[in-house]
Ligand binder design. Structure first.
Ligand code: DAH
Length: 336
């Protein structure tokens, strides 16, 4: 290694430096000359071959070269900016990135909203299985053996002889079988029906079941609770009515109608021109149901209700096709 080598390297460096006009190319020059595998390091690695008598002076020369290059590089960095300072410079006028937050599905939210209302009214929450036995889904609820709901047309049967529950009502008898009265529960969950899919019905939907059994429970208790619930969910101006009906597991039975959200009660396609939409079934627990779980019907009375979550939610949102709630269309879901 001679003085010429050093001068040559210095020339190369200076030329490269002149051509480097942005932080990135400056960084490349730094790596090429002053980096761990750069030219200077290469020269230092040859020191072993230098005869001992001039090794010291050559070393000094290399050190001076290194310092010189570093100094020049720093100066140039001050002019065009370095990788370090480039990283620190932020253009606050640039538009930001929009971060899309996930959110709960509107159905999950509807169930949560409804449950929290019932919890404030004193109800506990209970759950039951989606694959039920015939006994809980039908028999214990006073369905006669030839009831049409048992038909293959409506019910999905599993290979092992179970049924996909067609309603959340079996949670009533499950819960009562395991607890002594008084019981006061709501049971949310999915239910399944083998129905033709349309704007009004889907093969799976959600219900919330309610059950209150104690001494001296009357139909007035039921009515007061349902009215309060509907006002808490829809707002105090909601119009509703109780219409007599029939269910095997309640006597007397009723259905609750809400004034149609789409036409404001004038009559339209969704409410089948009636101005009203049915949102739940309810009634006083049939003595046969109490007997099925060994409750004494002479001592205890109770009320029950089962509401359709999709129906109630569709009315609150003004949706006229149930399928939109199951399609996971991101454009739709982003609104919530
Ligand atoms: N299980 C009924 C259905 O799926 C709804 C229902 C009606 C539930 C009356 C009840 C009730 O608890 O008392 O259509």
């Amino acid at each position: 290694m001679t003085k010429e080598t050093v001068i040559e390297v210095q020339k190369q460096f200076e030329e490269a430096l002149r051509n480097a006009r942005d932080p990135r190319s400056l960084e490349e020059v730094r790596n090429a000359f002053l980096g761990r595998k750069g030219k200077i390091a290469g020269l230092f690695s040859l020191m072993g071959e230098i005869p001992p008598d001039i090794r010291k002076s050559v070393g000094q020369m290399l050190n001076e070269l290194k310092e010189n290059l570093s100094g020049q590089l720093e100066k140039r960095e001050a002019e065009v900016g370095s990788k370090k300072t480039a990283g620190e410079w932020v253009d606050y006028s640039l538009p930001g990135y929009v971060l899309h937050k996930g959110s709960r599905h509107p159905l999950t939210r509807a169930v949560d909203d409804m449950l929290s209302i019932f919890q404030r009214l004193g109800f506990d929450i209970a759950y039951g299985p989606e694959v039920e036995t015939d006994w809980y889904n039908f028999e214990s609820l006073n369905f006669p053996p030839d009831h049409p709901a048992r038909d293959m047309q409506d019910t999905f049967y599993t290979e092992g002889g179970g049924v996909l529950r067609t309603h959340t009502s079996p949670v009533q008898t499950r819960y009562m079988s395991a607890h002594e009265p008084p019981v006061r529960i709501v049971a949310p969950g999915r239910v399944f029906r083998n129905e033709a899919i349309s704007a009004r019905s889907y093969c799976l939907f959600h219900q919330i079941e309610g059950l209150y059994v104690d001494k001296d429970i009357t139909f007035s208790d039921l009515k007061g609770t349902i009215e309060l619930f509907c006002r808490m969910y829809y707002g105090k101006d909601v119009k509703m009515k109780f219409r007599t009906s029939f269910f095997p597991f309640t006597e007397p039975s009723a259905e609750v109608d809400i004034s149609c959200f789409l036409c404001g009660g004038k009559g339209c396609r969704v409410c089948k021109q009636s101005g009203w939409l049915e949102v739940m079934g309810c009634g006083m627990v049939d003595p046969n149901v109490l007997k099925a779980v060994n409750y004494d019907p002479e001592k205890y009375t109770g009320y029950a209700f089962g509401l359709g979550v999709e129906r109630m939610l569709m009315m609150r949102l003004g949706i006229n096709d149930i399928r939109i709630l199951f399609e996971n269309d991101v454009e739709f879901l982003r609104q919530f």
